[in-house]
Design a protein around this ligand. Structure first.
Ligand code: NAP
Length: 329
């Protein structure tokens, strides 16, 4: 009989609101070939966790354990794993499964953590930081002198994008939902910040760019911003729609790209940019080097116990968070 290890975690049996998140005992099997068991030290909260919890995104299996990024220590090694040892500090991002105290995971999805990166920092950048990395280097490669619009600039992904854009030499315009958030976005690298609940961001972007528009818009807000995002782009600019914090875009038509100035549009997902081990490791190496040099800093704005994941979801969905939220087992 396979040995089972007592574990605790957050489970969703029926899709719904934050109250659908239940703290309960789980069992973790011993690692099989190519797998390791890790004891998790910190787990990131992401908007994607709310999409799975609510049923917006289909579940890979039921019941659901949400959670898409975490960091911890290798506790047990399965057969055919050669490059990890018990005690190694590691981190990962996968679409679901991280809201638990221990986890068996494919060794090829883990990256080793440099000593300089704390567990809570790692758990706040494996998904959000790798997202910033692929958005700025692969999806639309930003170069010095580009003008870039980012919505939700004081959010988890948003604060990383602001610092990274500054390092790239771009002119960045961030939007944020309160004066306090706007000030934090400004302190995290944005050249200009617009409080888009108080001001018309399209008019302000036109003013800032002297009527020309931006080269690229990174829009993770979706329903409430996409029309304004298209209007904020230059001729043949790029609309990168990478999330929907305000709800799904339902009424977009291809002809909208023509009427807004022969625009390009893409709807990327991080997991398609880190499918191979080589790509995962090279993107993580870029991210870790920028963290180690201090060029970008993680901003963990909220910390909570893993068992309180429901409260963390409520805060994220009601726009009360700044930067990243980390759950501690
Ligand atoms: N495609 C990918 O691979 C990928 C990967 C990572 C993240 N994402 C997306 O990136 C976005 C940011 O993720 P995150 O985890 O860092 O979250 P976050 O940006 O920290 O939180 C979402 C923010 O969106 C803004 N927002 C605007 N309208 C909202 C509404 N009606 N309800 C809730 N929030 C609203 C709020 O900021 P303000 O109050 O300042 O408006 C809120 O703080 C999410 O849409 C996520 O799905 C996509």
């Amino acid at each position: 009989m396979t040995e089972q290890i007592a574990d605790m975690g957050v489970v969703v049996r029926t899709a719904g609101g934050p109250d659908a998140l239940e703290w309960m005992p789980l069992e973790t099997a011993a690692p099989g070939p190519g797998e390791v068991r890790i004891v998790q030290r910190a787990i990131g909260v992401n908007f994607i966790d709310t999409y799975f919890r609510s049923g917006l995104y289909p579940w890979p299996s039921s019941p659901l354990i949400p959670g898409a990024e975490a960091a911890g220590v290798v506790a047990e090694i399965g057969a055919a794993v050669s490059d990890l040892n018990v005690g190694d500090r590691v981190a990962y991002t996968l679409p679901v499964g991280a809201y638990r105290t221990q986890r068996v995971i494919a060794a090829e999805r883990l990256v080793k953590l440099p000593d300089s990166i704390a567990f809570d920092v790692a758990a706040s950048v494996m998904l959000k930081g790798l997202t910033a990395q692929f958005l700025l280097t692969s999806c639309y490669p930003v170069k010095a002198g580009d003008t870039v619009l980012v919505h939700a600039a004081a959010g988890g992904v948003g604060l990383l994008l602001g610092q990274w854009l500054k390092a790239l030499g771009a002119t960045s315009i961030g939007t944020a939902g309160s004066p306090q958030k706007a000030a934090i976005a400004k302190a995290n690298g944005y050249t200009h910040v617009i409080d888009y609940r108080a001001e018309d961001f399209v008019a302000r972007v036109r003013e800032i760019t002297a009527g020309k528009g931006c080269d690229v818009v990174y829009d993770s807000v979706g329903k409430d911003t996409w029309r304004g995002s298209l209007k904020s782009l230059r001729l043949r600019g790029m609309f990168v729609h990478f999330g929907q914090s305000s709800g799904m875009i339902a009424d977009f038509k291809f002809s909208d790209l023509a009427s807004a100035g022969s625009l390009y549009a893409v709807r990327p997902m991080l997991f398609d940019y880190i499918k191979s081990r080589e790509e995962l490791c090279s993107r993580a190496a870029d991210l870790f080097a920028r963290l180690a040099s201090g060029e970008i800093k993680a901003h963990v704005g909220q910390r909570a116990a893993l068992r309180d994941a429901a409260a963390a979801h409520r805060d994220l969905e009601s726009r009360r968070t700044i930067g990243a939220t980390v759950l501690l087992p």
